[in-house]
Write a protein of this length. Structure first.
Length: 176
């Protein structure tokens, strides 16, 4: 079962890409919520594998990013957010389980996770579009704060449930 989790989460990230609210220059999607759930429920190798698989599929041209696929997605305005989403799951997945077993702990973990994605995305957006820090924050962070807060709340509610289900599956596998 463990071997199936990275491709499953990769597929969920892709599905989350297509559930979107279009806002310029970066649409709101469920992509970041699925990546947060992966960071909260998988170990660091599994979450890294899921995200690297997603990135590979995008790099070879499949439309798995909000801006499509191919190298252009990494070079466009959403490129920094893609890089941020690649770096954060393994960092947060590597934290001990005791940090990820309660709703409020997941909220506290999700805040810096989102801040890292915002930071990388905003700096890249500034560079990519020649924007000031305030312009980049206005375009790439402020419009998403409410949606990302809701996604963090949902992730923090469902992740412990998913973790318990995965633990139950692991126990069943070892008993077989």
């Amino acid at each position: 079962m463990k071997k199936l989790l990275p491709p499953l989460f990769c597929a969920l990230i892709i599905v989350g890409t297509y559930i979107r609210v279009p806002l310029p220059p970066v649409p709101i999607t469920l992509q970041s919520m699925i990546i947060m759930i992966a960071a909260f429920t998988l170990d660091w190798k599994q979450s890294l594998t899921a995200v690297l698989l997603w990135l590979f599929l995008g790099l070879v041209g499949l439309p798995v990013f909000t801006s499509g696929g191919g190298i252009a997605a990494f070079l466009g305005p959403t490129g920094g957010y893609i890089w941020g989403m690649m770096l954060t799951p393994p960092l947060f997945s590597a934290l001990p389980k005791a940090f990820k077993d309660k709703f409020w702990k997941l909220i506290l973990l999700g805040i810096p996770l989102n801040l890292i994605i915002y930071l990388i995305g905003t700096v890249y957006l500034m560079h990519n579009r020649g924007l000031s820090a305030m312009q980049a924050l206005s375009a790439g962070v402020i419009p998403f704060l409410i949606g990302d807060t809701v996604k963090l709340l949902v992730s923090s509610i469902v992740s412990p449930v998913i973790t318990k289900q995965l633990e139950g599956l692991e126990k069943e596998e070892t008993n077989c």
